[in-house]
Design a protein around this ligand. Structure first.
Ligand SMILES: [Zn+2]
Length: 326
């Protein structure tokens, strides 16, 4: 594919296990080229910055795009972001604090750069180019290693006073419960994320329960793919752990629906994208728990942009600002 003279954006999804770097066509929101790099072992500001440079350099190489064709670079990062200055304040799974990534990228490439939170980016993508294009009040929930969520009111993402609204994953569902990565106890994320399901299966294996999931991988880490294979094999332990997670998750979503009265709930993230039965179980159970009036016009949809939600959303950052300020 050759690049014509249209404008493109470079968008990155920077997370704890990988960085996805994409060349996105501005007018169509299509990902034309992409580079994936693992970040699992590379932690800290220096190594992550180098990974980002590597990914951008390789993207320029494979796409044969040049800087004059790029509108801007936009990085969606898992962590707390100071948007105006483009600083990653804290990204615990990348082991980064106070990294002025916007300034660093702008200096290196001479291109305007934005930094935003990955969940916010994914919600922007689904709102403007995915499952939420026709809805007004939306709750977006992404379930993977953790649980991220975003509240959209009147087609505008509600950020809260400090830009950190929508932490459904850290709503407390058991006050004497499991320790969460945030330092609190009993958070939803410790019960219903992919890593929570994995930890629960590991715990049962230690107690002597037998499961086929260990036949699918030598690693001590179970991915959604392995969980899905075990569900397909009607594995009792995996089915039990998934059902427990779905029970908690559906209660939390029903609480949020009753509280916010949205017209759409979008579910995405690795666990939902990778196992249709988890998606269906979750929405069916949620429907039994919501108040009739809060949910009479409620729809449920799977995130449509899949792995590209965050990069497409990051690429739409200027369009989103125009729609909301102009
Ligand atoms: Zn927590």
């Amino acid at each position: 594919m050759t690049i014509n003279n249209k404008k493109y954006n470079i968008a990155l999804d920077l997370g704890g296990t990988k960085v996805l770097c994409a060349l996105v066509e501005k007018d169509t929101n299509k990902v034309l080229f992409e580079i994936k790099k693992k970040t699992k072992k590379e932690k800290g500001a220096k190594k992550i910055t180098l990974k980002v440079f590597e990914a951008i350099d390789e993207l320029f190489k494979i796409s044969k795009a040049d800087k004059t064709q790029i509108n801007f670079i936009s990085v969606a990062c898992a962590g707390q972001i100071e948007r105006e200055k483009g600083i990653i304040l804290n990204a615990c799974n990348l082991e980064i604090t106070e990294l002025p990534l916007k300034e660093i990228i702008e200096e290196k490439y001479g291109l305007k750069t934005y930094i935003l939170n990955d969940v916010e980016a994914a919600a922007t993508g689904e709102l403007l180019a995915g499952a939420g294009v026709n809805n007004k009040n939306i709750l977006c929930i992404f379930i993977g290693t953790g649980i991220g969520s975003s509240i959209i009111i009147d087609r505008k993402i509600y950020l809260g006073s400090d830009g950190v609204a929508g932490e459904l994953g850290h709503t407390i569902i058991d006050k004497n419960g499991r320790a969460c990565a945030c330092g609190s106890f009993g958070c939803l994320e410790a019960y219903a994320s992919r890593s929570a399901i994995e930890a629960r299966i590991q715990g049962l294996i230690k107690k002597g329960k037998r499961t086929v999931i260990t036949d699918f991988t030598d690693s001590s880490n179970f991915s959604t793919k392995h969980i899905k294979m075990a569900l397909d094999a009607h594995d009792e332990v995996t089915t039990l752990c998934v059902n427990e997670a779905v029970e908690y998750l559906s209660s939390a979503i029903a609480n949020a629906v009753n509280f916010l009265n949205p017209d759409l709930v979008i579910l995405g993230g690795g666990l939902i994208q990778g196992a249709d039965e988890i998606y269906l179980k979750t929405i069916n159970l949620t429907k039994t728990k919501t108040l009739a009036l809060s949910s009479r016009n409620l729809e449920f949809k799977k995130a449509q942009l899949g792995d590209y939600s965050a990069v497409i959303g990051a690429s739409l950052i200027e369009k989103y600002s125009e729609l909301n300020n102009g």
